[in-house]
Design a protein around this ligand. Structure first.
Ligand SMILES: *[C@@H]1O[C@H](CO)[C@@H](O)[C@H](O)[C@H]1NC(C)=O
Ligand SMILES: *[C@@H]1O[C@H](CO)[C@@H](O)[C@H](O)[C@H]1NC(C)=O
Ligand SMILES: *[C@@H]1O[C@H](CO)[C@@H](O)[C@H](O)[C@H]1NC(C)=O
Ligand SMILES: *[C@@H]1O[C@H](CO)[C@@H](O)[C@H](O)[C@H]1NC(C)=O
Length: 496
């Protein structure tokens, strides 16, 4: 072979290799699309397997008016901030100044962790809201907010009859679905939540975020006092809910009260929970808490009277940390592995139920924690104690997964082309040695299995069913705030 023909051969070979690579990539992509399409179809089949029998759901507490902005377009990264970040002395959950706020935002943004923080500085807050409204590059928009109205709206949309414990302005009320009964009176000044949203890979100054999420700043004055509580109490008379949902208590986090006021409010919540009939199920939607004292009050007054807890990976990590070490954890891995998360959920359900086993005889109002719903970016996991009243766990996990995609993509239609998944073909069920690997197939995408959790209370074992559904993650996130609430509502509706 002469040199020139040898070169020609090489050129042809590299062209062929390049072509082959392109075709092979396309082949892989189309295969992946095929898999996603099959997963989607099977998730939908599970979602629609059982009809919803118009359950009655009562849900508290509070509401707000959400002002959404694009975080990186709205906030200005300053030299001063760069300087503060280099000092690495983050201690900002008390937000008093604009620098505190920017530093706090930077902390969570870098880690892609959801956060919800209170500022005592009303002037700072009002100024930020004023600027947000005017900033066209931040693309401000308003929506009905608050955990209770969002969970309630999702449940109503899925066919529940909803009684809502919240006060709101008539303007905000007009965003509420007609089939939701509002128990609270009308007010003139809704609490506002400034929601700073960001997408995966968004850059802000020298910082870059690993995943889409949101940071919420607020200066509530109705919600920390659970001002809807008494009117909700009246509305509950004769309603006999099948499900009672407690949410929005994170608005009491970091707020400054007169001594004893907060605990008294939580005792009232506790009484409302304990007043529910034994036929009713009680769900507590966790949230982002940074104050240890508040979490301890919740563990005393709220959690023992809950059948179920809903949370994301940060909240689960925090709860487990508090139960095991007595300390708060501010951020956790924003993309935890299934095995790690399930181990945390096992620890939480075990520790809380050991407490139940020890005390339920002397306090018959206590409820066994029989359900945990963990919502994460990559998967939905639901643990249910065997023999409890929760139905259709597998279907609920599927519905929660679909709702996650629909909400984040802001589209009722789930398009496999707009989705990707992070869950592999199989996953370890635990980080413990000798744990089983759970296979994952597109034809049966929600993996469920039974196992026994050994407790430290002699003669008490916990038989649980665990279901894990992959999320068809939305490629281009349109909204992340409110995702957890929609997902929790969707998971609950099929289980009651
Ligand atoms: C950031 O700067 C722009 C342009 O000067 C301004 O419009 C915007 O309000 C500023 N944002 C904040 C939060 O101050
Ligand atoms: C979640 O709830 C909010 C408020 O009710 C609503 O605007 C949004 O569309 C919901 N998401 C889905 C997927 O329905
Ligand atoms: C788990 O056990 C329950 C009975 O306690 C049974 O109904 C259910 O089908 C089991 N689930 C799996 C996945 O084996
Ligand atoms: C579970 O399903 C059964 C049969 O469909 C139903 O009778 C029961 O009320 C459901 N459980 C709950 C807690 O709603």
């Amino acid at each position: 072979m002469g040199t020139s023909s040898y070169l020609a051969f090489l050129t042809a070979l590299s062209v062929f290799t390049a072509l082959f690579a392109i075709i092979y990539q396309a082949y892989l992509a189309s295969n992946d699309l095929k898999t996603l399409t099959v997963i989607l179809q099977n998730l939908k089949n599970l979602e629609h397997q059982y009809a919803v029998h118009r359950p009655r759901v009562a849900i508290g507490y509070g509401s707000c008016s959400d002002l959404y902005v694009k975080a990186v377009n709205f906030l200005n990264f300053t030299d001063n901030l760069e300087h503060l970040l280099r000092q690495k002395t983050f201690a900002v959950d008390d937000i008093n100044t604009e620098d505190d706020f920017l530093q706090s935002f930077a902390y969570y943004f870098q880690r892609g962790a959801a956060a919800e923080r209170f500022t005592v500085n009303r002037e700072l807050f009002q100024n930020l809201v004023k600027l947000a409204k005017k900033s066209s590059s931040a693309e401000p928009r308003w929506a009905l907010g608050g955990n209770a109205p969002v969970i309630g709206s999702r449940l109503a949309a899925e066919g529940a009859e909803v009684l809502l414990g919240a006060k709101m302005s008539s303007k905000l009320k007009s965003h509420l679905k007609a089939d939701i009964t509002l128990t609270g009176s009308l007010i003139t000044d809704d609490d506002i939540h400034l929601i700073l949203e960001y997408k995966t890979g968004d850059e802000w100054g020298s910082l870059r975020t690993p995943r889409a999420n949101r940071y919420i700043l607020h200066n509530d004055h109705h919600n920390p006092y659970l001002s809807s509580l008494d009117e909700f109490e009246q509305g509950l008379q004769g309603f006999n809910p099948h499900l009672f949902v407690v949410s929005g208590l994170q608005m009491m986090d970091n707020y400054v009260y007169e001594p004893g006021v907060r605990e008294n409010l939580l005792k009232k919540v506790s009484n409302q929970m304990q007043a529910q009939s034994t036929d009713a199920l009680v769900h507590f939607e966790m949230a982002s808490f940074v104050e240890l004292e508040l979490l301890q009050l919740l563990l005393r007054h709220v959690v023992p009277y809950s059948d179920s807890i809903g949370m994301n990976e940060q909240e689960l990590d925090n709860l487990r940390h508090v139960l095991e070490t007595g300390k708060i954890s501010l951020v956790a891995d924003c993309n935890p592995r299934v095995a790690q998360s399930l181990d945390q959920a096992r620890a939480v359900i075990r520790i809380l139920n050991e407490d139940y086993f020890r005390h339920h005889v002397t306090n018959p109002k206590r409820r066994m924690l029989s359900r945990i719903h963990l919502h994460t970016l990559a998967f939905q996991a639901i643990l249910v104690v065997g023999g409890s009243k929760w139905n259709h766990t597998k279907n609920a996990a599927a519905k929660a997964s679909l709702t996650a995609h629909r909400h984040v993509c802001a589209s009722q239609i789930v398009n496999p082309d707009a989705a990707y998944r992070l869950l592999d073909d199989s996953f370890a069920s635990s980080l413990q040695d000798g744990s089983t690997r759970i296979p994952f197939t597109e034809h049966d995408p929600v993996s469920c299995w039974n196992e026994t959790i050994i407790t430290n209370e002699p003669s008490h074992r916990l038989d649980v069913e665990i279901c894990v559904a992959p999320v068809l993650i939305c490629k281009v996130a349109k909204q992340t705030a409110g995702a957890g609430d929609n997902i929790s509502g969707a998971g609950l509706i099929l289980q009651i």
